[in-house]
Design a protein around this ligand. Structure first.
Ligand code: GSH
Length: 250
């Protein structure tokens, strides 16, 4: 339960208060040990919601969240529902959309905010404000990229969609992907600060959904992005999640 997490955080503060006679080195060692093992103690009852598409279930915006929960060994309940039940569920969501993270009866919305919150819990953020800025910048750019593909994919007017196709596939996608590939090369197979961060989880978690919307494997021809994808998918916790998650077409 989420109480478990709060309990450990409260426990740490009270514990130090009661033992104020301890000298600094001992406190430091205890603190390091606590931080090292914290992710294994934390066990939250968390719900995520998402809307399956009309024809197939999708990983979509909830998947980076599930990657982060899995990576942190945080227990969660993956609540999925059929599209026909959405009208009843929608009014109970904070802004009528999903994914939503529910912890201890409290609901949080916006996938990026949820990812950022979880990234702090599982220690996939930067070591300082500048590093966090670097991560946030690329995450927002990845989100812009996703939105451009979605704008094409979800266009109902066939004529408008046809008009958008060439600029998207011949200009916009290569523009972004070339830059992403260079960034991944500079960062040793990652998107920021030269190591694994939640930006990598955000991209790889969304990749199958973006591939579905674009109708192609977006990282084909981009070796550094392929390496980045492999870096995430070969993590034992992510492998285990992919193995056990519901099988979907994207
Ligand atoms: N900016 C939001 C977008 C959420 C969003 O677009 N959710 C879609 C599903 S992927 C949704 O709930 N659609 C149903 C609706 O709006 O009624 C986020 O990142 O969480």
């Amino acid at each position: 339960m989420a109480h478990g997490l709060l309990f450990f955080e409260t426990f740490e503060i009270r514990w130090f208060n009661k033992r104020s006679e301890l000298d600094q080195p001992i406190k430091l060692v205890v603190c390091i040990l606590f931080l090292s093992f914290q992710r294994y103690f934390v066990s939250c009852q968390i719900q995520t919601y998402y809307v399956p598409s009309l024809v197939v279930e999708i990983t979509a915006l909830g998947e980076p969240i599930r990657f982060l929960l899995s990576y942190g060994n945080i227990e969660f309940e993956d609540v999925r529902f059929e599209r026909e039940n959405w009208p009843q569920i929608k009014p109970n969501m904070p802004f009528g959309q999903v994914p939503v993270l529910e912890v201890d009866g409290k609901k949080a919305h916006q996938s990026l905010a949820i990812c950022r919150y979880l990234a702090k819990k599982v220690k996939l953020t930067g070591a300082n404000e500048w590093e966090d800025l670097e991560i946030d910048s690329i995450v927002d750019t990845l989100n812009d990229f996703r939105a451009k593909i979605a704008m094409y994919h979800y266009e109902d007017d066939a004529a408008v969609k046809a008009k958008r196709k060439t600029p998207l596939f011949e200009e916009t996608l290569p523009y972004y992907l070339e830059r992403f590939d260079t960034i991944a090369k500079t960062n040793n197979g990652h998107f920021a600060i030269g190591k694994l961060t939640w930006a990598d989880f955000y991209f790889v978690g969304l990749l199958s959904y973006m591939n579905f919307m674009a109708g192609k494997n977006l990282v084909e021809g981009y070796p550094n992005l392929q390496k980045l994808e492999k870096n995430v998918l070969s993590l034992p916790a992510i492998k285990a999640w992919i193995e056990k998650r519901p099988k979907t077409d994207m």
